[in-house]
Design a protein around this ligand. Structure first.
Ligand SMILES: [Zn+2]
Length: 76
C-alpha cells in the first residue's frame, strides 16, 4: 500500500528482516500459551501436548507479521 501523508509519500510492506509471521497459541480454558514460534506445526504440537497434560480442548491461534514504512522518493 502507498499513501501521501504529511507531504511525503510512504509505502508499507513486509519487513524484510522478519519475513516469517510470528505465532502463538493460547489455551481458552486457562492462562497458558505457547512460546512465540515461527511455524504453525510447533504451535500445534504445543496445543496437543497441553491437551494431553490438562484435558483442555479449546485454543486460539495468534499470528502477526511485522511491517515497515519507507518513504517513496521521486515526484508525486
Ligand atoms: Zn489450558
Amino acid at each position: 500500500m502507498t499513501a501521501v501523508l504529511g507531504y511525503m509519500k510512504w509505502r508499507i510492506k513486509p519487513d524484510p528482516a522478519r519475513q516469517t509471521p510470528i505465532r502463538y497459541v493460547q489455551c481458552r480454558n486457562c492462562e497458558e500459551k505457547s512460546p512465540i514460534e515461527g511455524s504453525q506445526a510447533e504451535c500445534d504440537l504445543w496445543a496437543m501436548d497441553h491437551a494431553g497434560r490438562t484435558g483442555h480442548r479449546g485454543y486460539r491461534e495468534f499470528a502477526a507479521s511485522d511491517l515497515i514504512a519507507t518513504p517513496v522518493r521521486g515526484p508525486r
